[in-house]
Design a protein around this ligand. Structure first.
Ligand code: PEP
Ligand code: MN
Length: 311
């Protein structure tokens, strides 16, 4: 828990409005000394100059479903395989995940493809067992303020992907990140996955501005989950392109061998072909962002971040 407010010296280019709002989260706030942090998973660098794509099914359903998906997403350029073994479902009657069986399948997929693994942890009691199998611990939108879980993750020694709560402000997201960091784990990746608004045409509303705001006020890497934001497969490539353009460090995307038959989130899952096309379509936008193409690296993302927002 946050026992005292720590006020830190923040980056000079920060919009003054955000200065007081975020600077108390000193372990995650951006400062001139710490403008950006990179979370390393094996040879993958999240928050560095690579755009890291994490892809796979919503839930691990079977060995063949996951292995087929792992091969397909790796072929298309994903570096990390996602798949839920413990599923937080809106209905108690829906598929709840395969549990440890699912973790074993994820481990097998890692052995066969070399992909790193990300999977969700819902309860503090599961932290130890899930940490044995996975490379990144995912905190879902419904758990963002589960402080017992966040503190246990602070002690677990694995990187944490912290999803924004569906009704959480960015300040609340960073407060939760600070809890993980204060409990001893600085390896945190933030994830914008859409928030609840009055709009009903999409499952959630992708708060695209969250990316440049978070990247301005925090040194942590920020990725976008376009699948849960949209809820509709056809919107996922467009939202992914938006994520690249606003300076996200990567994506978390749902992909399934046969989305129509998925046990969860089929409507928002891409087929293998759709995922391959999306990855190819993103390339020109990624090339435009790449620092090698800039004459002066300082002009790359910092240029975007320096905008700082209007009052
Ligand atoms: C998921 O990634 O499958 C998931 C349940 O996401 P969220 O917590 O964002 O709803
Ligand atoms: Mn899902």
């Amino acid at each position: 828990m946050i026992r005292e407010l720590r006020v830190t010296k923040i980056a000079t280019r920060m919009n003054p409005k955000w200065n007081g709002q975020f600077s108390c989260f000193d372990l995650v706030a951006k400062t001139d000394e710490r403008p950006r942090s990179v979370v390393r998973v094996g040879d993958i660098e999240i928050g560095g100059n690579d755009f890291v794509v994490m892809a796979g099914p919503c839930a691990v359903e079977s060995e063949s479903q996951l292995l087929q998906t792992a091969v397909a997403v790796a072929d298309a350029g994903a570096r990390i395989l996602r798949g839920g073994a413990y599923k937080p479902r809106s209905s108690p009657y829906s598929f709840q995940g395969l549990g440890v069986e699912g973790l074993k399948i994820l481990r097998k997929a890692r052995e066969e493809t070399g992909l790193a693994i990300i999977t969700e942890v819902m309860s503090e009691e599961d932290v130890e067992v899930i940490a044995e199998y996975t490379d990144i611990m995912q905190v879902g939108t419904r758990s963002m303020e589960n402080y017992a879980l966040l503190e246990a993750l602070g002690r677990c020694g694995r990187p944490v992907l912290l999803k924004r709560g569906m009704t959480a402000t960015l300040e609340e997201l960073l407060r939760s990140a600070q809890v993980v960091a204060m409990a001893g784990n600085p390896r945190i990746i933030l994830c914008e996955r859409g928030i609840r608004t009055f709009e009903t045409a999409t499952r959630n509303t992708l708060d695209i501005a969250a990316v440049p705001v978070l990247k301005t006020v925090s040194h942590l890497p920020v990725i976008v989950d376009p699948s849960h934001a949209a809820g509709i497969r056809s919107l996922v490539p467009t939202l992914s392109r938006a994520a690249v353009v606003v300076g996200a460090d990567g994506l978390l995307v749902e992909v399934h061998p046969c989305p129509e038959q998925a046990l969860s989130d089929g409507d928002q899952s891409l087929s293998f072909g759709e995922f391959r096309c999306m990855m190819a379509d993103l390339q020109p936008y990624l090339d435009l962002q790449h620092p090698d193409l800039q004459q002066n690296e300082q002009q790359f993302r910092p240029q975007l971040l320096a905008v700082g927002g209007a009052d």
